[in-house]
Design a protein around this ligand. Structure first.
Ligand code: NAD
Ligand code: UGA
Length: 459
């Protein structure tokens, strides 16, 4: 069987993964036309906006690539049908959130958007089409996609489908760099020609040693396992941070010493307010669900522990803030610096700031929230009904006005060069800094007169 040269790609889903990953393919493969489609019209309008500051996603380097390729070989559209029809290869890059109701609610992935995409492909695709799972999926999802696609093939024998798994490992904030120079590209599949077609695309900018091929199920599971391992490292270091605070050990020193063992490695050992982002929690929950489904209850509870430590880390930060502010924060102003789940992104999905702010609001605090990229409307959505007692601030200085404390939750560069003397003047005393990201100079703050609590260090 031979598969035609890939001339047209369609990507279903113009989100954090679909947008940047297709922009990088278009940039590296000028002969391929890349069409990114979405049911969300306003998102597509943002991708097509003349003002590149209005792109729906903030990622360093993204706007330059969009400017270079858009309307040349990179197109954003809501015309899903005709773009599926003309595609040689279709990436499915839609959302796969945790189910909120029904069987598996709170753990299993909701595959509604995946199934819809597969049904659209089965209906509209023509000739031979390679279908690539880009979304993160439970192991064995390709079986469902194949069933839907092969059912339509039985009605129209001019159609043929080849299903591959090609999970995405980019991290937000460094997406373009991760896509240009990934650690590895993983392609799972059972058809060599289809695998080679996808491999040839990546070979335009990635060396062959970095491209690994596996069976479908290993590829699907490797993505869940990778995210779970990464999250597990964060829960491990966060659990040790609490022990540091009560013993006089210093979490940065411990992380350095542990990470210098080349078997362990130094990356991903920064203690903080817990992991956020759209995927770590959902992917571990999904792994837990799958383990229980297959009767592996001990394995399920092992991974569940990673999430429990993450929740506990956020709760204990709130408890410490309340305790340090004389046991009550009712009607006290607290400045919150950083709302996104990490620096260099406007994404707030599962941000530790959400839970921490909600708990502080429940305790009666008045929050003054500043983030360099997150908009007010997003914070409003995230904080929901507890929205009344917080104020959106346009500067660090604003968020410190008459505050009893400042809590640093995201490691934005801007927070590393604050004029703390000026800030101190605008706060009530005793003035507290709670640094959950290790970005403040303790001696300097101390000399100004601040009280400081630093995560993973004794007071
Ligand atoms: P997202 O919510 O930002 O984007 C998904 C898009 O798909 C949305 O714009 C939605 O409107 C669109 N969509 C849904 N159903 C559709 C349909 N039938 N037709 C057309 N468009 C449709 O999600 P995301 O962050 O890009 O994540 C997508 C997948 O990639 C998820 O499985 C996620 O786990 C995985 N992933 C995400 C990241 C990340 O950093 N965000 C990294 C690696 C993998
Ligand atoms: C993560 C993975 O790093 C990507 O490989 C994966 O593709 C992606 O999830 C996904 O599947 O969605 P992302 O969530 O964008 O990427 O960001 P990370 O850099 O992994 O950070 C996740 C969270 O962990 C952030 O809240 C961050 O502050 C926290 N973190 C990270 C720490 O607390 N300490 C660290 O040492 C590293």
């Amino acid at each position: 069987m031979s598969i035609k040269n890939i001339k047209k790609i369609c990507c279903i889903g113009a989100g954090y993964v679909g947008g940047p990953s297709m922009a990088v393919i278009a940039d590296n493969c000028p002969k391929i036309q890349v069409n990114v489609v979405d049911i969300n019209e306003s998102r597509i309008n943002q991708w097509n906006s003349d003002n590149l500051k209005n792109l729906p996603i903030y990622e360093p380097g993204l706007k330059d690539i969009v400017e270079k390729c858009r309307n040349k070989n990179l197109f954003f559209s809501t015309d899903i049908v005709s773009n599926i029809r003309s595609a040689d290869m279709i990436f499915i890059s839609v959302n796969t959130p945790t189910k909120t109701k029904g069987i598996g609610a709170g753990q299993a992935s909701d595959l509604k958007w995946i199934e819809n995409s597969a049904r659209q492909i089965s209906k509209y695709a023509t000739g031979k089409t390679i279908v690539v799972e880009k979304s993160t999926l439970p192991v064995k999802t390709a079986e469902i996609i194949k069933k839907i696609l092969f059912d339509s093939k039985s009605k129209d024998n001019t159609k043929n489908f080849y299903v591959l798994s090609n999970p995405e490992f980019l991290a937000e904030g460094t997406a373009i760099n991760d896509l240009q120079t990934p650690d590895r590209i993983l392609i799972g599949g059972d058809n060599c020609d289809a695998i080679n077609s996808l491999k040839n695309i990546y070979l335009n900018w990635i060396c062959k040693e970095k491209i690994i091929t596996t069976n479908l199920w290993s590829s699907e599971l490797s993505k869940l396992a990778s995210n779970s391992f990464l999250a597990q490292r964060i829960s491990s270091i966060n659990s040790i941070s609490a022990l540091c605070e009560v013993t006089g050990a210093d979490i940065n020193e411990v992380a350095l010493a542990v990470g210098m063992d080349s078997r362990i490695g130094s990356k991903f050992l920064n203690a903080g307010p817990g992991f956020g982002g759209s995927c770590f929690k959902k992917d571990i929950l999904n792994l837990v669900y799958l383990c229980n489904y297959y009767g592996l209850h001990e394995v399920a509870s092992y991974w569940q522990g990673v999430i429990e430590i993450n929740d506990w880390q956020q709760n204990r930060i709130v408890r410490i803030i309340v305790e340090k502010l004389f046991g009550t924060i009712a009607d006290k102003k607290i400045g919150i610096l950083g709302f996104s789940f990490k620096a260099n992104t406007n994404d707030t999905r599962e941000s530790p700031a959400i839970e921490i702010c909600k708990e502080l609001l429940d305790e009666g605090a008045i929050l003054q929230i500043y983030d360099p990229k997150v908009e007010q409307v997003q914070i409003k959505t995230d904080l929901g009904k507890s929205s009344l007692k917080w104020k959106y601030c346009k500067s660090i200085f604003d968020s410190a006005q008459e505050a009893d404390a400042i809590v640093i939750l995201t490691e934005w560069d801007e927070f590393k060069n604050i004029d703390w003397r000026e800030i101190f003047q605008s706060m009530r005393t005793p003035a507290w800094i709670f640094d959950t990201r290790h970005i403040c100079d303790f001696n300097m703050l101390n000399s100004i007169g601040f009280n400081i609590w630093r995560l993973g260090k004794s007071s």
